[in-house]
Design a protein around this ligand. Structure first.
Ligand code: AMP
Length: 436
């Protein structure tokens, strides 16, 4: 069977079975589910609550939140207009969460709001391994906390997620960006330093020199890195208060035995960051090595209309890259569970009985499968295997007369006769014994 339609480049389907797309393994829906469950479990253990926001937002929110000059806003947004209003598919989830926090006055719940999310994001980037146009992020926002413990705890939560999947080969880089005044002074100094080298810079960096020189620090080009070797360093411009905060963050990270590298060149691509910034990388991931990143965004709330400052910190992480890192670490993903019981039927009368019984047993809580195509017994048993069913039962005229059938344990081939009214108990007891 076929169609002339294809999923859009830079997106992918998540199917019942894992498959390979352009050399990348796309996990099965059951694997996605299991990975999301583990993430939720880590989040709950850290006393976080889930928040879900719409996948589209007003363009204005995203542009003001992330910053007009960033790559995301200036060239990577999927935008559309309807009845005079401009919308974008969300490229990230921090600005939407802050909008939601402010709109619903979540501060009235009292204390610090510790929120997490999992969901799709959209960016019109050039697709490649680990980089999609629709991808999925999970992340944390700790809203209303100025204390350096919030920074260290946010980083600790991020590290715990990767530990839960046995992904240990990672590098955590941290930096302090200071407040915007410090950054503005630094940006001027950086621009002054780079201007004499303008002709030696790549076209991208020349453009950034005019618009957003901070982004030049992200360059992967050797000759640009050489030029940057003697450039002014942001840390030297950072005010005392941010510096003191940074020292505290490091002390708390030390208390939790979290290793980090200090990287004075780490600036992050989004405008809203203040003070603490961090990034988690994996050397196993190739060009797209960033697993997760985050930082403080003490000014975002005011940027999107709050009268009061709302000091906050968070991180965002890519699900697709988490899958790549789990694979690179050689760790198994959880096996999807098959049906408890598969019913095969022989003859029309049996088909009716099976059809009703399957429905009834499902109502009693068993995971039950059967054939909907009226195929041969052999094909039905093949299907039981494919579905990884624990037990199979064949129902024909004889079984209906006897009110009992052979129940076959698929893995061992062992068969036991069970009266119809004992099927549920038998499957339950046996599965419980295996699990013990
Ligand atoms: P950012 O908001 O850019 O810091 O992104 C946070 C994390 O999301 C990154 O560290 C990546 O793991 C992931 N990510 C960002 N953009 C993409 C993309 N286009 N495709 C897949 N993952 C992405």
């Amino acid at each position: 069977m076929s169609t002339s339609f294809q999923n859009i480049k830079g997106t992918f389907d998540i199917l019942p079975d894992a498959y390979t797309d352009g050399g990348t393994r796309i996990a099965s829906s059951a694997e996605w589910h299991a990975v999301e469950e583990t993430i939720r479990d880590v989040m709950h253990r850290h006393n976080l609550e889930e928040i879900r926001t719409p996948i589209f937002e007003p363009t204005e929110l995203v542009a003001r939140g992330i910053g007009q000059m960033t790559d995301i806003v200036s060239k990577e947004m999927f935008a559309f207009e309807r009845s005079g209003t401009n919308y974008v598919l969300r490229p990230e989830i921090t600005a939407p969460v802050m909008r939601s926090f402010l709109q619903h006055h979540l501060e009235q719940r009292g204390g610090v709001q510790k929120l997490f999310y999992i969901g799709p994001c959209f960016r019109a980037e050039q697709p490649q391994k680990g980089r999609y146009r629709q991808f999925h992020q999970f992340g944390v926002e700790v809203i209303g906390a100025d204390d350096a413990r919030a920074d260290a705890e946010t980083i600790a939560i991020m590290m715990s997620v990767y530990r839960a999947f046995g992904v240990d080969n990672t590098t955590l880089r941290i930096n302090t960006l200071g407040m915007p005044e410090a950054r503005a002074k630094f940006v001027n100094a950086l621009r002054e330093y780079l201007e004499p080298y303008e002709d030696d810079l790549s076209e991208t960096s020349r453009r950034r020199l005019a618009k957003n020189p901070l982004r030049i620090l992200d360059t992967k080009l050797d000759y640009e890195q050489e030029i940057l070797a003697d450039a002014p360093v942001l840390t030297e411009f950072v005010e005392d208060e941010s510096r003191e905060h940074y020292v505290q963050v490091k002390t708390y990270l030390d208390e939790l035995d979290i290793d980090y590298d200090e990287d004075p060149l780490l600036v992050r691509g989004l405008d809203y960051y203040t003070r603490t910034a961090f990034e988690l990388e994996s050397p196993d991931l190739g060009a797209q090595s960033a697993l997760a990143g985050g930082g403080r965004y003490d000014l975002l709330a005011e940027e999107i209309g709050s009268k009061q400052p709302v000091p906050s910190i968070g991180f965002a992480a890519g699900m697709e890259r988490l899958f790549l890192a789990i694979e690179a670490a050689g760790n198994d993903l959880p096996e999807p569970e098959g049906a408890d019981l598969f019913f095969a039927s022989l003859g029309e009368e049996a088909e009716h009985w099976v059809f009703q019984t399957v429905h009834r047993l499902r109502g009693e809580g068993l995971h039950v499968a059967h054939d909907l195509k009226g195929r041969s017994l052999k094909s039905q048993m093949k299907e039981a295997n494919r579905q990884n069913a624990t037990y199979a039962i064949i129902i024909g005229g004889n079984e209906l007369e006897a009110g009992a059938a052979q129940i076959k344990h698929m893995a061992s081939g062992e068969q036991v006769e069970v009266p119809f009214d004992r099927i549920v108990d038998y499957v339950r007891d046996e599965t419980a014994n295996v699990e013990e």
